[in-house]
Design a protein around this ligand. Structure first.
Ligand code: ATP
Ligand code: MG
Length: 278
């Protein structure tokens, strides 16, 4: 008979970022399992402490902040302009994205007042700004934002209530180049994130209709869309465009081989991927 980790042990190993080989261990006797747990837990605690020392003495910034900085550098290097827009969003802006009470995303929105919510996505604000920028700047217009978004999402390994989105948009490129360009932009973001293994997948999004997802295995890292798009008219903009939204915590989870996004995001219990109760 083989013994596996108890539920509590499994949970603790997950918190401590145990490797798959450690999580899938089995034992022929209970005493062996208990001894092995103590040993593995101690080893992971030591690794966590080393990581915290490295943060304190070398890197000084957690991975999510460093990734943001690298993405800013990569994108500005490619001619994209960074923008910073409010986290508080008007209900009207959501309506323009067709997110009303019959929409799948609507029930995931955090309302702070009757007509104000925490933004579940960056796209409405980017549309809002683009309307003016397309008038003021020659095309192509390239902008991006990196910032917090909020969704009452099912709390699995891949979802946070508060996560960090990168959304980039390039407006006014030749229509026949859109597919190729979206692949190029996805590649640039993944390269800056230190991820080499991924694939693109054509899917259907509740907000954007046909989308191109950036995947690693079954995990969605980002979703891209092509315009002209049926939402464009709501914002008074016309023309061909490409855009992609990525979750930074998912990028880090995949890059680091972590088990969940919570250890990579804004957190009180984790610092730079290390569980603090060690
Ligand atoms: P999923 O189907 O995985 O819930 P989605 O298709 O609803 O994601 P999008 O609206 O396409 O998400 O958002 C773009 C990206 O933002 C996603 O590809 C993902 O990387 C990230 N993201 C979305 N929701 C969350 C969340 N709740 N927690 C962490 N990251 C998220
Ligand atoms: Mg998506």
């Amino acid at each position: 008979m083989a013994f596996f980790w108890t539920t509590a042990q499994e949970k603790r190993l997950g918190e401590l970022n145990a490797a798959e080989s450690q999580r899938s261990m089995s034992f022929s006797a209970l005493v062996d399992r208990e001894a092995a747990f103590k040993k593995v837990e101690q080893q992971l605690i030591n690794e966590g402490k080393q990581q915290l020392n490295k943060l304190r003495n070398e890197t000084k910034r957690p991975a999510i902040c460093l990734l943001e900085a690298r993405l800013v550098e990569a994108l500005t290097g490619m001619g994209f302009v960074q923008v910073a827009t409010p986290v508080i969003l008007a209900k009207k802006s959501l309506e323009k994205m067709t997110i009303t009470d019959t929409h799948a995303l609507f029930s995931q929105v955090f309302w702070i007042e009757e007509n104000k919510c925490l933004r579940p996505m960056l796209a409405p604000n980017l549309y809002y700004i683009l309307k003016d920028l397309l008038r003021l700047w020659e095309k192509p217009v390239r902008i991006f934002e990196i910032g917090s978004c909020f969704r009452k999402d099912s709390q699995g390994n891949n979802h946070l209530n508060e996560f960090t989105m990168l959304n980039l948009v390039e407006w006014g490129l030749p229509e026949e180049q859109r597919q190729e360009r979206i692949a190029e932009l996805a590649h640039a973001v993944l390269e800056a994130s230190g991820i080499t293994e991924y694939h693109l997948e054509q899917t259907d999004s509740v907000v954007y209709g046909d989308t191109i997802d950036v995947m690693q295995g079954e995990i969605e890292l980002g979703s891209g869309a092509l315009g002209p798009h049926f939402l464009d008219g709501q914002w008074g903009v016309v023309g061909p465009w490409v855009g992609i939204g990525f979750g930074l915590e998912r990028l880090l989870m995949v890059r680091d081989g972590a088990h969940n996004v919570s250890s990579r995001g804004k957190s009180l219990t984790y610092l730079d991927g290390v569980r603090l109760n060690i």
